[in-house]
Design a binder for this molecule. Sequence first.
Ligand code: ZN
Length: 133
Amino acid sequence: MLKIEHIGIAVKDLEKSNEVYAKLLGKPQYKSELVESENVDTSFFQIGESKIELLGATNEESAIAKYLDKRGEGIHHLAFAVENIEAEVERLKAEGFQPISEKPKRGADNKLVFFFHPKTTNGVLIELCQEIK
Ligand code: ZN
């Protein structure tokens, strides 16, 4: 793993939260991106080497909508940058971490992403992400 790439935060109202985080961090988001396949709308803020990803649901089918219903707003996942996502996924599966999907897929911010279940990581949803070159 290379670094903490970003921290994902689930929010109810993305536009309002963009303002809140722009105030908090002293600068606006550098990118907003709709991930239609996941029913998620995102905004990214750069903080040094790491980012904050705000996640809003676009409809009730969204995993974010379900998360908000169950747990309310807050930290949703921790994302680690990796060089070789396939290799890292295999390594973590072999270590007994529970994967959420079959294989890496395209996520926001030009990344291949893969998730591990919070059940096996002390309650934290873990994302691996690899920049698509
Ligand atoms: Zn993420």
